[in-house]
Structures are given as C-alpha cells and as structure tokens.
Design a protein around this ligand. Structure first.
Ligand SMILES: *[C@@H]1O[C@H](CO)[C@@H](O)[C@H](O)[C@H]1NC(C)=O
Ligand SMILES: *[C@@H]1O[C@H](CO)[C@@H](O)[C@H](O)[C@H]1NC(C)=O
Ligand SMILES: *[C@@H]1O[C@H](CO)[C@@H](O)[C@H](O)[C@H]1NC(C)=O
Ligand SMILES: *[C@@H]1O[C@H](CO)[C@@H](O)[C@H](O)[C@H]1NC(C)=O
Ligand SMILES: *[C@@H]1O[C@H](CO)[C@@H](O)[C@H](O)[C@H]1NC(C)=O
Ligand SMILES: *[C@@H]1O[C@H](CO)[C@@H](O)[C@H](O)[C@H]1NC(C)=O
Ligand SMILES: *[C@@H]1O[C@H](CO)[C@@H](O)[C@H](O)[C@H]1NC(C)=O
Ligand SMILES: CC(=O)N[C@H]1CO[C@H](CO)[C@@H](O)[C@@H]1O
Ligand SMILES: CC(=O)N[C@H]1CO[C@H](CO)[C@@H](O)[C@@H]1O
Length: 580
C-alpha cells in the first residue's frame, strides 16, 4: 500500500489512476447527499460517515471522481463534513462525486446531487421580432416564433405563453407544445381578420411564464406588419359627374377633374383613368389624363351634331390583379351662336324667277320664305322674319311662323316702277342675336294695260294737186308705255273717204300719196290714223290728219318781144339798168 497524503492536490495523474483502481476495487458503501442550488457559501451538505452526523472513523483520504469537487466543495477529512465552498448552481453542475477512503473499513462513494431551484426565468432569444402577414391571411394560420428557454427543470421550466399587450380586438392567439427536448415551442396564430386598411401594424408583447411560485417571466415584442393585398377597388368620390363646355372651346381645354381613391397602398392604390371607348365617345372627342383624371377636349365640338355626351370612365388600380370601378360623366355642349340662319326663297312665278305681274291683285303670292337656324334643334323656330323695302306694296304673312309668304299688298304698275328691291331679314333669338338677310330683285312684268298714244290728236298737212304718187304728206307718231310686244305699234288708216289717195307705213307712220289728188274732187280730205299695239288683246287709239290740196296756175308767161338788142357803154357804172 502506498503512503497516504492528505488532500488531493498532491495526487498526480499516475497516482490518481492507481487510486481509482484501488477505489473501484475497495468501494462498498454509497452515500447520496443532496443540497439545493444557490445555498450560501459554507452550507452543510452532509457527512461522509452516516450522512447526518460526524464520524468516528476518519480521517479519510478523499479522492474526487468527477470534476470541480475541490473548487466547489469543502470536505473536513476529520469529521467527514461536506460543505459548499461556493454557491452551487445546478445549471452549471448538477452533481459531484468523490470517494472517501478511511484509515480502516470500507471506502465510501459520495454523490452530492444539486437540487434544482427556480433561479432562471424563461428567456427569449431576441427581445424584438419583426414579422409580416399579408392582410388576406386565413384564420388559424400559424407562424412559429422563437420559443423562450428556461434552464430550470420541470415545473420551473417554461410553462406557458401569454399575449401581455397589443392584441387589439383579439386578432391573434398563441398556441404551444412541448417537444422531447423539453422546450415549450410557440406559435402565433391568427384569430380574426387581418385588414391592413383597418390596422396595418400590431406590436404584441408576449410573455413566457415558468411554474415557480411566483413564476418567473420573460418577454418578447413581436412587431407585426400587415402587408397590403389588392382587396379594395378604386372608389369615385361622386357617383355621377356633370359638366358643360362651350362648343367653341379649343382642343385641350380642361372640362372637369374626376377623382377615385383606393384604400390599398402602393401600386394597389395607384389609379389609372381611362375612357371606355367601347361604350362611349367612340369619336374620341374627349380625352382623360390617366393619372390626374382631368377630362379635356380632344377634338372640336359641335353643338349641332351632338349636344350631350355620356362618357364611361374607368378607374383601375395598378395591382397585380387590378380592380376597377366605373363612373359616368355627362358633358353638355353649350351652344354658341355660330350659325347664321339661312334663308330659302322660292319664287312662285311660272318659271321660278323673281317676278310678279303688274296685274297681280293684293293678296297674291310672290314668294315662299323659310328660315333654317342650324343652332336650334327644332328646325325653323325662334327666327323672326321681317321684310324691308317695296314701298309698302309687299307684305309677309305666315300661319305657323315657320313658312312665310311674300304677298302683294297694294296694286302694282310696271310703268311707274318696273322693279323692287326687297330685303328679307331673319333674326334669331341668340345672344347676341344674329341677322341674316337676303336681297330680292323683284321684276314687275308687263301687262298690256296702256294704249298707244299719238303725239297730237290732229295733224295738218298740205299737198299740191300736181304732186306725183309717193309724195310725203306727214309722219304721225304714237308711243306705248308698255314694253315688248305690248309697245310695238302698228299704224293704219281707217278706211278713207277718198279711196286710195293716201297710204301709211305701218311701222314708221309716214303718210304718202298713193295717187294724184284732185283739188276739184276734195280740197280738204280728213284722214283717221290708228295706232295698234301688239299686245294680246291689242289696244289701239286714233288721230286725225287734216290735208289741204292746193290748185295749180294754168296760163303760160309771154315776153313782149322775142329779141332784145341793147348796147352798153364800156365806162357805164355798175348797177345801172340797161334793159327792162
Ligand atoms: C376593433 O373592432 C372595432 C369594432 O368592431 C372596430 O371598429 C375597430 O376598427 C377594430 N380595430 C382594429 C384595429 O381592428
Ligand atoms: C416594426 O416593423 C416595421 C417594419 O417592419 C418598422 O418600420 C417599425 O419601426 C418596427 N417597430 C418597432 C417598434 O420596431
Ligand atoms: C366662344 O364664343 C364666345 C361667344 O361668341 C366668345 O365670347 C368666346 O371668346 C369664344 N371662345 C373661344 C375659345 O373662341
Ligand atoms: C370629387 O373630386 C373632384 C376632383 O378633385 C372635385 O372637383 C369634386 O369637388 C369632388 N367631389 C366631391 C363631392 O367632393
Ligand atoms: C320681330 O321683329 C319685329 C321688329 O323688330 C318686332 O316688332 C316683333 O315683335 C318681332 N317678333 C317676334 C316674334 O319676336
Ligand atoms: C329697276 O328699275 C330701274 C328704274 O326704276 C332701272 O334703272 C333698273 O335698271 C331696273 N333694274 C332691273 C334689274 O331691272
Ligand atoms: C312678239 O310678237 C311676235 C309676232 O307676233 C312674236 O313672234 C314674238 O314671240 C312676240 N314676243 C313676245 C316677247 O311675246
Ligand atoms: C343783130 C342786129 O340786128 N344787130 C344791130 C344792133 O344795132 C346796131 C346799131 O343800132 C346795129 O349796128 C346791129 O346790126
Ligand atoms: C358817164 C360818163 O363819164 N360818160 C363819159 C364817157 O366818155 C365820153 C367821151 O369822152 C364823155 O363825153 C362822157 O361824159
């Protein structure tokens, strides 16, 4: 047997191995001791001998079997008392083993078991966890959270989790289960509906409790961000929109702005406006700014073509699966007085030319006038028609204020006034009113209402009895105020009393002798000339021609001598009578 040495410090590796062999061979008793962890330094654990009281047998030679016996325990080799050298921590070392070899008797194997105390709280690996859920995440969906760990055992380990705060409306709940490794695993579960538009952020404080009395506690903040899902369609701020625009507005003029909003966020809330051309505004008279919603004139407008435009406007968000909304925009085009009334005149003469017979009776129709006002929907309405000119001889009549008739109101006389200038004026009721006028040059046509008129009622003429046939006597002249054939005059002689002495040229009115006149038969012949026009029926008038026929001297003149011989001196003065 080797010599004893006190304590274990001197025991070398070789010696220890030998001792262990010795211990193993000699061990007979086992002494189990217990002490709670965390007891103050110097607390008695027990005695080697019988565990509770000092021994008589020692001193012992103590041989540590496990580690840390020397540093954590103090062993009185005389009394066999074992005390704590430090405050023991089960979580660091749960048991100590040593072999005590007495001077005599059996070896005692001592095992000191450190009993667990609730000296550790449940602890989460991180104090803040950020997680995200899409807003349409279904109920009961689970997300595993990092579990809290507690180094203590059994009841002193983590026993449950609670949501300590932040669980608005009970939106979340927790579930947990313990695995074989003793860890209480934690799941966050959705208990209600996630709607980012109602609440986009939750901050939950989750506590973990162990089973101590009182329980120890650890906590963790879970920062939950609700991610947007395109679950809201755009919404217009009005169900209908109305606007009006002047028809002469230039291209590009803004008419109105519409607005749609989307409760979602990001692209899901970004709105693109468009005009549904399949259902409206196929002619592309309007355009809309896709981002601002401003509707503007795209092409020139015309009230007369279309007065009311109904646009179907679509607002679509920019989500991956876009949602859209539709609204209606009514645009009224305001009439601007840009169209003159047009005047249509139809003349009621036989050949539809502007003329009226001078024989027309008051009330007789001259022309039909209709006025078209393109600015007005109803064709001829709202137009005031007046007639100017015509010296009051013409008037307007209408039964329906749509068609007007120009009528003769006073008798006409072409010979006084052969034509009239009439002015038809149409005025519409626009502001300012527009005028349209039309000049009519109305010709008064002739009627054979005037007889030819001789310059004189009585013509006087002289004719020598000896005159040859064909000698001019006198020229008569008549005029006719009518025109055309109505004024073409034919002259004639009424069957004369002295047959065949005179004749008249039908065109010129020149009266000539036709034969030898004889003073002794009729010294003062009286002729009646007729002037007849070419009208239908013809009119005529007459005049009288008084002719004087002169007698001729029958005796021839006789000279008193048949030969006259007279002598004249050469220096005779001029002018002196030389012969009679
Ligand atoms: C909680 O519920 C109330 C009543 O239903 C509701 O008005 C409120 O918006 C909810 N809050 C959250 C954050 O869900
Ligand atoms: C929660 O998370 C969001 C982003 O996920 C972050 O902006 C916010 O600051 C966090 N809150 C806290 C208290 O950490
Ligand atoms: C449209 O017409 C009105 C009335 O004639 C006029 O006052 C206005 O200046 C016009 N506008 C344009 C853009 O031509
Ligand atoms: C709707 O939005 C448009 C454009 O911003 C605005 O002019 C209009 O006044 C809004 N309508 C209502 C009822 O708020
Ligand atoms: C037409 O105009 C005339 C002259 O200006 C006026 O006296 C008359 O009252 C008007 N008629 C209508 C129907 O406006
Ligand atoms: C209208 O009559 C006048 C005389 O009153 C005449 O000078 C003019 O030439 C005539 N115009 C037409 C077109 O007949
Ligand atoms: C005038 O009379 C002649 C002969 O009678 C006839 O041929 C002509 O057509 C007439 N002219 C008119 C304008 O009536
Ligand atoms: C022709 C003729 O008889 N002539 C005469 C005219 O008179 C002179 C004189 O008196 C005569 O000498 C002419 O013979
Ligand atoms: C008139 C006149 O002078 N007669 C004269 C002509 O000539 C002769 C002769 O010379 C005169 O005697 C006339 O007197």
């Amino acid at each position: 047997m080797p010599s004893y040495s006190i304590g274990t410090m001197a025991v070398t590796g070789i010696h220890l191995a030998n001792l262990l062999l010795l211990v193993a061979a000699a061990a007979e008793h086992v002494r189990d001791l217990e002490i709670s962890e965390g007891m103050p330094v110097g607390s008695r654990i027990g005695f080697i001998g019988d565990g509770t009281s000092p021994d008589s047998g020692p001193p012992y030679l103590v041989v540590p079997v496990g580690a840390a016996v020397d540093t954590d325990l103090s062993i009185d080799q005389t009394t066999g008392e074992i005390k704590t050298k430090v405050s023991l921590d089960r979580e660091t070392r749960a048991s100590y083993s040593l072999v005590a070899i007495p001077m005599s008797g059996d070896n005692v194997k001592v095992v000191v078991k450190v009993l667990d105390e609730n000296d550790n709280s449940p602890t989460f690996p991180a104090s803040l966890v950020n997680i995200e859920f899409p807003e349409n995440t279904p109920r009961e969906f689970k997300r595993t959270l990092p579990p809290a760990r507690d180094l203590d055992l059994d009841i002193f380990n983590t026993q449950k989790y609670n949501i300590a705060s932040g669980n608005v409306n009970g939106t979340f709940k927790l579930s947990s289960h313990r695995e074989r490794d003793g860890v209480l695993y934690l799941d966050l579960q959705i208990n209600g509906f996630l709607d980012r538009e109602t609440c986009e952020y939750y901050s939950l404080v989750i506590e973990a409790l162990d089973g101590g009395t009182p329980p120890l506690r650890g906590e963790m903040t879970v920062n939950i961000t609700i991610q947007d899902v395109n679950d809201n369609p755009p919404v217009f701020n009005q169900s209908r929109y109305f606007a009006s625009i002047q028809e002469n507005s230039t291209v590009g003029t803004s008419i109105l702005q519409i607005l749609a909003t989307d409760l979602d966020e990001g692209d899901n809330a970004q709105i693109v406006y468009s005009i549904n051309r399949r259902q409206s505004d196929k002619d592309m008279l309007f355009r809309i700014d896709s981002s601002t919603g401003v509707i503007a004139v795209n092409k020139p407008l015309d009230f007369e073509t279309k007065e009311l435009h109904e646009l179907v406007i679509v607002a679509r968000d920019n989500g991956l699966q876009p949602l859209e909304a539709t609204t209606f925009v009514t645009i009224k085009v305001i009439d601007v007085n840009d169209n003159q009334p047009t005047i249509n005149v139809i003349f009621l003469s036989d050949d539809a030319t502007p003329k009226i017979s001078e024989s027309a009776q008051p009330g007789e129709f001259v022309a039909r006038i209709s006025v078209h006002d393109p600015d007005s929907k109803t064709e001829y309405a709202n137009v005031n028609v007046t007639l100017q000119g015509g010296d009051g001889r013409f008037g307007l009549t209408t039964r329906d204020n749509i068609v007007y008739l120009v009528i003769v109101s006073l008798p006409l006389d072409r010979e006084l006034q052969p034509n009239y200038t009439l002015n038809v004026v149409a005025t519409d009721k626009g502001t300012p009113p527009l005028h349209a006028s039309k000049m009519i040059n109305l010709l008064v046509t002739d009627v054979n209402d005037n007889s030819p008129e001789f310059e004189r009622n009585i013509y006087e003429a002289n004719v020598m009895e000896v005159s040859d046939p064909g000698t001019s006597v006198v020229q008569v002249y008549a005029i006719d105020k009518d025109e055309g054939n109505n004024s073409v005059i034919t002259y004639s002689l009424v069957e004369p009393s002295n047959a065949n002495w005179f004749q008249i040229d039908a065109r010129s009115g020149l009266i000539t002798t036709r034969a030898h006149v004889d003073c002794e038969t009729e010294p003062l012949p009286r002729l009646t000339v007729m002037a007849t026009d070419n009208g239908f029926p013809p009119l005529s008038s007459s005049a009288t021609v008084l002719v004087t026929i002169h007698d001729v001297n029958d005796n021839e003149p006789i000279f008193d001598q048949s030969f006259y011989n007279v002598s004249v001196a050469e220096n005779e003065t001029e002018g002196r009578c030389i012969l009679k």
